[in-house]
Write a protein that binds this ligand. Structure first.
Ligand SMILES: *[C@@H]1O[C@H](CO)[C@@H](O)[C@H](O)[C@H]1NC(C)=O
Ligand SMILES: *[C@@H]1O[C@H](CO)[C@@H](O)[C@H](O)[C@H]1NC(C)=O
Ligand SMILES: *[C@@H]1O[C@H](CO)[C@@H](O)[C@H](O)[C@H]1NC(C)=O
Length: 431
């Protein structure tokens, strides 16, 4: 029976199920079913972002209308929370955090907001920051105890850094590109004039407890060192430091860097492994229902604690059922709408809906899929705290397992088992 994943087909699908009941087994050698069969309910998304009617807490014969107060825009964005699929059961921690609900730190020249364990307790392995800089604005010279991985959402950014061996680095990267600074490496970020709006980017840190408000800043440090010590350190007069800020600058306006900006020449040369990677210039792999690009330390050697899969999924298509063996997944949605069901073993499963600007989180080994529930291309990033991207595809696992073993579990047809893909589909097409 073919059941398309669209709400308006539910009735047709149920009707065809009634018209064509499964024929009884004819073989006496056939083992008896020991458990009832899973429900035929397709549990399709009930509405999407284009909905104009008021969402109701009703799925099939379950639920009832909302007659008290209702935050309609939130319900429109979260159909699988208001009216969960009947396959959801038990408890899974909160797995969605919209950056739009994060407190925003406004500065002259930009802003920054963050997601960490304080707002999404399940996200213990990674934290994220969304930052915006006007043309020329600087995120000041600083360092921190975690590694920093970045993806540029818009515009371009000049980054600078110096490593413990006195080797330095300066580069400019643009939308779709990455940078990576290992823990403790001092660096700066500055929006270039390439885009009249400056830039916006996403930062991911390899510690869920990271706070962007707790980094080590050049100005904060010097504002908290006796001036006598500062003068002695640089072998000059105290008066040379009459105009250093009394508190941290953090984000502040400045003139944009020249196009041909260069780092001062270091007697030790430049860093052996670049701190940036032009992922925008990597061709995505075309798949039946979308595209994927993976960048980890095999292609971006300095990125030893972060790997990314940049995925697009066409309307009706889906990132296939899979899991990541040992790595938690931190997701950032760039555009489109999606739903994900997190399967956490022992019958626990919960479905969450996402749109551009949302953070998602999936613990290691949790089975999941990412379905495009909208009418536009879904574009998102899967980010992992690892040196190597890894996943297990359900289709490939079953295709490479003895067919009789698969049949004994799922009682699916020999034809279907023979058709399972021995290569990972990654993003399956609409059907
Ligand atoms: C497998 O499915 C067939 C129908 O295709 C049914 O007759 C049979 O009882 C099922 N076996 C088990 C063990 O569920
Ligand atoms: C990327 O794709 C373009 C257009 O299809 C092609 O010209 C180019 O050679 C590809 N680059 C690489 C590195 O494969
Ligand atoms: C979006 O797609 C759904 C089917 O998935 C369709 O019913 C709806 O009309 C579409 N909306 C728009 C605005 O195209």
């Amino acid at each position: 029976m073919v059941c398309l994943p669209a709400a308006y087909l539910v009735l047709a699908c149920v009707a065809s199920a009634l018209a064509a009941p499964a024929s009884p087994s004819v073989s006496s050698a056939e083992p008896e079913a020991t458990l009832p069969y899973a429900s035929d309910d397709p549990n399709a998304p009930l509405w999407n972002e284009d909905t104009t009617s008021t969402p109701e807490a009703i799925r099939g014969s379950l639920g009832a209308t909302v007659i008290g107060p209702q935050n309609v825009p939130i319900d429109q964005q979260n159909p699988d929370i208001l009216a969960p699929p009947s396959t959801d059961a038990g408890t899974i921690g909160q797995a969605k955090w919209p950056m739009g609900l994060s407190h925003n730190r406004l500065q002259t020249g930009g802003w920054a907001r963050q997601q960490n364990e304080a707002v999404l307790p399940m996200a213990t392995e990674m934290a994220g920051v969304n930052m915006r800089l006007d043309v020329g604005a600087i995120r000041e010279l600083h360092w921190h105890k975690t590694d920093e991985w970045a993806y540029i959402l818009k515009g371009s950014v000049q980054v600078s850094a110096v490593n413990p061996d006195g080797q330095n680095y300066l580069a400019t990267v643009s939308a779709g590109d990455l940078w990576y600074f290992p823990a403790g490496i001092p660096h700066s970020l500055q929006a270039t004039a390439d885009d009249p709006d400056g830039c916006e980017f996403l930062l991911v840190f390899d510690d869920g407890a990271f706070s962007e408000d707790a980094t080590f800043l050049l100005t904060d440090w010097l504002a908290h060192v006796p001036k006598e010590v500062i003068a002695k350190n640089f072998q000059t007069d105290i008066s040379a430091f009459d105009h250093i800020p009394a508190e941290e600058l953090y984000i502040f306006p400045s003139a944009p860097p020249p196009d041909d900006a260069q780092a001062p020449s270091s007697p030790y040369g430049t860093v052996p492994q670049p701190y940036t990677f032009k992922m925008s210039q990597v061709n995505a792999t075309q798949l039946a229902g979308g595209t994927v690009k993976v960048v980890d330390s095999t292609t971006f050697p300095v990125s030893v604690n972060t790997a990314v899969a940049e995925v697009t999924v066409e309307p009706g298509a889906m990132r296939e059922l899979h899991w990541h063996p040992t790595q938690d997944e931190w997701d950032y949605f760039i555009g489109g709408t999606a739903r994900i069901t997190l399967f956490g073993s022992t019958g626990n499963a919960r479905t969450f809906d996402y749109q551009g600007g949302d953070v998602g989180y999936i613990p290691a080994s949790y089975g999941h899929y990412v379905e495009n529930t909208g009418n536009t291309t879904l574009h998102f990033l899967e980010i992992f705290k690892t040196d190597r991207y890894q996943d297990i595809s359900l289709s490939q696992w079953l295709a490479l397992t003895p067919p009789a073993l698969v049949k004994a579990h799922l009682n699916i047809s020999d034809e279907l088992i023979a058709s399972l893909s021995k290569t990972k589909p990654i993003v399956v097409g609409p059907r």
